[in-house]
Design a protein around this ligand. Sequence first.
Ligand code: FMN
Length: 201
Amino acid sequence: MSEFGVVVRRRRMCRSFRSDPVDREVLDGLVDLASRSPSAGKAQGWHLVVLEGPDTDRFWRHAFPPERRTGFRWPGLFAAPVIALALVDPQAYVERYGEADKITTGLGTGAEAWPTPYWTVDGSMAVMTLLHAAEDHGLGALFFAVFRGAEEVRRELSIPGHLQLLGAIALGWPDGGEAAAGRSASRVRRDAAAIIHRGGW
Ligand SMILES: Cc1cc2nc3c(=O)[nH]c(=O)nc-3n(C[C@H](O)[C@H](O)[C@H](O)COP(=O)(O)O)c2cc1C
């Protein structure tokens, strides 16, 4: 199997970390790889708001306040030395598709005109590349939803209102202490035969 295949098969979400920092050059290298992901019209409307070390508490105190952590299955998640919030910018796509070479698409009139939100597609592809890059580097990562405290997190970090929050990425060196697998981990992985509809639905 190619190295790529090895990395893809090995990657699992990591929910327990050592607190040792991740060098900024390492993170920059992962993001450089992620920036090579496909992007509609090469609009590249995605951003990461990054918190490091003790600053990660500025995220956790809203998203998962200490008083709610009793009994939480993955206490090692809070040790992650990096929290990166993945954000996408619909306006960047509307503006790009309003340019001369894209104007005939009609997508330059506003976000409502888009049958598929390419900002979400692009941001997701970039996050996936980032997760694989992290795995390739021996780092652990978890992409997770920000269900609780999203408004407070946005205010805390001065995130402009027009940006959509895709989710958060916890990143760091795995501590191997993950006692419990994710609740979804035991679900059977769909194989190619279940996914492919040859010749139509
Ligand atoms: C959009 C999205 C949201 C997710 N949200 C969470 C989450 O809130 N908490 C969590 O522990 N895992 C979350 N996950 C991780 C999934 O549970 C995980 O990817 C899935 O069970 C497959 O496991 P694997 O990625 O380790 O192969 C999320 C994954 C995706 C793609």
